[in-house]
Design a protein around this ligand. Sequence first.
Ligand code: AMP
Ligand code: MG
Length: 520
Amino acid sequence: MLPVTPDQTAPVPLVPWTNRYRQLPATLMAPASPTQVANPQLLCFNSALAAELGITTADWTEDNLAAAFSGNRPLAGSDPVALAYAGHQFGNFVPQLGDGRAVLLGDVVDRAGQVQELQLKGSGPTPFSRRGDGRAALGPVLREYLVSEAMHALGIPTTRALAAVSTGEAVQREQPLPGAILTRVAPSHVRVGTFQYLAARSDTSSIRALVQFMIEGYYPALREAPVPGAALLEAVAERQVALIAQWLQVGFIHGVMNTDNMAIAGHTIDFGPCAFLETYRPLQVFSAIDTQGRYAFTNQLPLGAWNLARLAEAMLPVLGDRPEDAMAWAQELIDGLEGRSEAAWLGGMCAKLGLTLPADPSTTPRAVDPVDAALVTDLLMLLEREQADYTLSLRSLADAGPADTPPSPHPLASGAPPFAQLLQNPAAATAWLSRWHKRLHALGHPPQAVRASMLARNPLYIPRNHLVEAALQGAAEGDLRPWQALHATLAKPFEVQAGAEHHAHPAAAHERVTRTFCGT
Ligand code: AMP
Ligand code: MG
């Protein structure tokens, strides 16, 4: 470790912190401080997010940022803790996991009035480290930074990335790798596994406290609910179903949807072996550790419901005064999730096809028409049969809708190749396209409005696996430019960007990534 001069160790003021989490029962956490690293160097800092959080670091040098966001220099007023949680990992219950390589620094209220927690990830061992070293490698840190920010730009609730700092130390995995630390920002780090941790200890009073805490910070509409636990469970289920439906809209495969990786506040968390679909295959799996395909692409909706059933079990003591009634109520909620999931997913897909347009506040949302549902499922079957790229196919449909009469002078182009060209057999497109046109005509949506809505819902750029791998490979070799270029493109996924054509292309055969790794 390099010597640290005295003034570099003085706590640095960053923001007026609170640490609301510390109000919770002590069983849910353990004090834990970051362990100093040898030579922190700033890799990336998210100034726009800092501004949203009210963090004013504009006059900070890169060295100061690196010292603060590696944990080398304490942040004044921050009193870090590691969080306890349990979790079902690939179906097996582990009663104690917890932040083994992360510490919660504290929370701030952002410009929108929402609580946001700041966490260092990879900052050294904690009381929950078990056999782990508490560290993170550069690749997974930059991967989480890139993909979480891309998800945010896609409009999907997610943890965010504020900073990435290399440590100047190696972490020992199968081989020594450069180490790094991520500053993660999320409204909350409470997971399904946090409730399971308390349930495994039969700690009902702490479960009640956690319910109140989550309602207060993240579900304020439920403050007056007669049975707070039941109201919270139902609302969490609603958000999770909507979230996973959004993942499916963009072809995201989380890869490790264990109950310790499902956030109660309803955002995407943990970007370990995640990946994006290229060729449309409903049962696509990338994660090397998902050997059974448990978290395959379309399995994510039922597995989300499975996780929520585990949450219901953990919350059972707070779902009502009479256990039998509570059990029956929870069972009904869980049984209904499949239908809710299907409806949320289908609703999103109809919007992607321009079959529903952004809601006019005067119209009530209509249930999905069977004609529209068939258009969606038949399109997906077509894409699967024709081995078409999911993202580009949907994007290209914005150019393939009914034409304006009179023709509009400058229709916005999607930036994707023509739909038929994306299929192995271009003639296979005709029948489906004509059914889709007929339906749009019958619905009476103006072609221009359909196109504009489709361009705003079908991204041109997603973090394609081969691009992510190449960017991380470059970073490991000391060249951050490919990572920075990809990060910049992914900030505007719905806008055609000159010079970024290669970021829209599917992998060539020799570039294709078939396996992704946790890299923990
Ligand atoms: P994850 O697969 O990232 O969801 O992690 C599962 C659990 O393993 C969590 O409790 C992590 O904190 C813990 N963990 C992962 N990597 C490490 C590490 N390098 N050191 C200590 N704990 C770790
Ligand atoms: Mg995790």
